[in-house]
Design a protein around this ligand. Structure first.
Ligand code: HEC
Length: 568
């Protein structure tokens, strides 16, 4: 008895002397302490340093022991909360693998946790692998063309984040097929950038109307995504490479527009964005189509913590989904997209459970996801308009509705879809544009019901009805808009279009002329006036109008063709 008692006491005493890490499992062999040089440096080099090194848009470097040890606790926290490395989409659980996914493995998270808990030891010098080097060179080798902002924008040192669009004027002089781009912010202040194209001169004119380079706003109204592409940049994003058979077409006269989110850094930041373009001689064989799931019927009451907005689209043909681009603003909390198949089964496509406006971007599926005809694409975005949402721009929370300002909300999930057969492209395109017009119509109808005396609401509904081919209804709305506000250039433009469609040419001419008196810089209106003047036999007037149209928009093919005909 006595021996047993002592034996037990002896065991307990020995156990108390064991290192902390062993207490949970007295049978395990003693584990060596985790060191920076042995276990942690390889994780940091691979998963953190690609962004956290000089020349990247990150606030500090994470390469050396000192740099990492200084922030050890914060690093344990941001990695365990999956805030770093930044990669909002969930992986696993049937969701498709995404190109460039950044995630730490469970074992790596454990090592970081243990390293910090044990006091962030440096370890033996001979264990340290060589640190990665960054040459500062272009990832894909020297670009075929480097385009750069021609003037520097100075971002103020302090204050709120700034959303500003910059224009890179017509970078090519002949049609080019772009197979890849690499965006270089050359500044720590850039947080995200959407790269778009503008064939009109509108972005350029807005740019010219401001003293500083660029113009304010989240988005440039006349800019569009290049066909079949999502071109976004965030810190750490490498080159955007298109599939070999799907380069995009950059025409001469087309401007590149960069919609940028800039974050003050504490000192004045010179912004001079730069982009490398890589061309190919291979014309695109196919072009993927963008199908937009969206709702404009957003009306989030203050305090609502879990407010869902939904949208869906039924595929008219067999497709492959190549990529996805989610978009909402600061109240967005969860973004979910999936396809529901005709047999009731479900293909998950994307879920982001902790949406962060600052880390938005596009995602490409590693393997295209096959979706059969009849499948329904569905999205749900959930908003948190309560005080619990630390990103809520309104304190106290306010009613928030659809709009383009960062304090408004949006709900969008765009898919890049490639119909299985090239001949189905037209069918998908028609269905998709009908779908978008329906989304617009619902919103515009609601707006005019709520604000029957609002000329802009009538104008929008008139425009949508025109797109739907409902000409008589369009006419009623546009006439009402003009009654409410005779100075809406856009309303007179639509009135002119309707008159043209209805073959009332003198009415059309009058409306286009009024519109141009109100806004002489609209190329479309000049072009349409030219066509109407031609129809009325006024050759001199037509020549003048078409020339004006081409001055404003040199890529206007119709105006060019008509002018060539008159000149013969
Ligand atoms: C894709 C680029 C990228 C990668 C990869 C990345 N970071 Fe970051 N990190 C950033 C940026 C940009 C910021 C600045 C804060 C922000 O914009 O969210 C940041 C901020 C941080 C912060 C400060 C957080 C705060 O709240 O201020 C820590 C700590 C951090 N990163 C640690 C890490 C660690 C550790 C890793 C690797 C496991 C890592 N980061 C990987 C881009 C990156």
């Amino acid at each position: 008895m006595k021996d047993a008692f002592f034996a037990e006491r002896w065991f307990l005493a020995a156990f108390c002397l064991l290192p902390l890490a062993l207490r949970g499992d007295p049978t395990a062999a003693p584990r060596a302490a985790v060191t920076f040089n042995k276990e942690i440096a390889p994780i940091i080099y691979r998963s953190c340093a690609p962004c956290h090194h000089s020349g990247e848009s990150t606030p500090f470097n994470l390469i050396t022991y000192d740099q990492v040890a200084k922030r050890a606790r914060q690093i344990a926290e941001v990695t365990s909360l999956a805030i770093m490395p930044p990669w909002p989409p969930q992986s696993g659980g049937g969701y498709p693998e995404l190109v460039g996914a950044r995630r730490l493995r469970g074992a790596e998270l454990d090592l970081i946790r243990r390293w910090v808990a044990e006091g962030a030891n440096e370890g033996a010098p001979e264990d340290l692998p060589p640190a990665p080097q960054w040459s500062g060179e272009w990832q894909l080798g020297p670009p075929d063309l480097v385009v750069e902002m021609d003037r520097t924008y100075n971002l103020p040192a302090e204050g709120r984040d700034i959303y500003r669009c910059f224009v890179l004027r017509s970078p090519v002089t002949e049609t080019r097929y772009v197979r890849a781009i690499e965006f270089r912010p050359e500044s720590k202040a850039a947080h995200h950038v959407f790269i778009k194209t503008d064939r009109t001169r509108q972005s350029r004119l807005l740019d010219a109307s401001e003293q500083n380079p660029g113009f304010p706003g989240l988005a440039a109204q006349s800019a569009v995504k290049p066909a079949g592409q999502f071109l976004t940049w965030q810190p750490g994003k490498g080159a955007s490479i298109s599939p070999a058979e799907m380069p995009w077409v950059l025409e001469p006269g087309t401007d590149l527009v960069l919609e940028a989110h800039l974050r003050p850094t504490g000192k004045i930041e010179p912004i001079r964005f730069k982009m490398g373009l890589y061309f190919t001689n291979r014309a695109p064989e196919r072009t993927a189509l963008t199908v937009l799931l969206a709702s404009l019927m957003i009306d989030i009451p203050p305090g609502a913590a879990n407010f869902p907005v939904e949208s869906s689209f039924q595929l008219p043909v067999n497709c492959e989904a190549l990529g996805v681009l989610p978009h909402c603003h600061f109240l967005g909390r969860e973004v979910e997209g999936h396809a529901e198949l005709p047999d009731g089964s479900r293909i998950p496509l994307l879920v982001i459970t902790n949406w962060d406006f600052n880390w938005q971007g596009d995602y490409r599926f590693q393997t295209p996801v096959k979706l059969p005809q009849g499948a329904v694409l569905r999205m749900q975005i959930t908003y948190d308009n309560s005080t619990n949402n630390a990103r809520n721009p309104n304190v106290p929370p306010k009613r928030v509705r659809y709009g383009l300002q960062s304090t408004d909300e949006m709900a969008e999930l765009s898919f890049l879809l490639l119909p299985q057969r090239a001949e189905d492209e037209k069918i998908l395109e028609t269905a998709s544009s009908r779908h978008v017009t329906r989304i617009l119509a619902r919103h515009d109808e609601e707006e005019t019901r709520e604000n029957p005396m609002d000329a802009k609401a009538r104008l929008n509904l008139g425009n949508t009805r025109l797109a739907q081919g409902r000409i008589e209804e369009a006419k009623v709305e546009i006439e009402r808009a003009i009654e409410l506000d005779p100075n809406l250039a856009q309303a007179h433009y639509y009135a002119g279009l309707i008159a043209r469609v209805q073959k009332r040419l003198p009415d059309a001419e009058r409306e286009f002329e009024i519109s141009l008196r109100l806004n002489p810089s609209d190329g479309k209106t000049w072009g349409n006036l030219g066509l109407v003047q031609l129809g009325l036999g006024n050759l001199e007037g037509a020549r003048h109008s078409l020339q004006r149209a081409l001055e404003i928009n040199p890529t206007d093919k119709i105006a060019r063709g008509m002018l060539d005909q008159i000149s013969k």
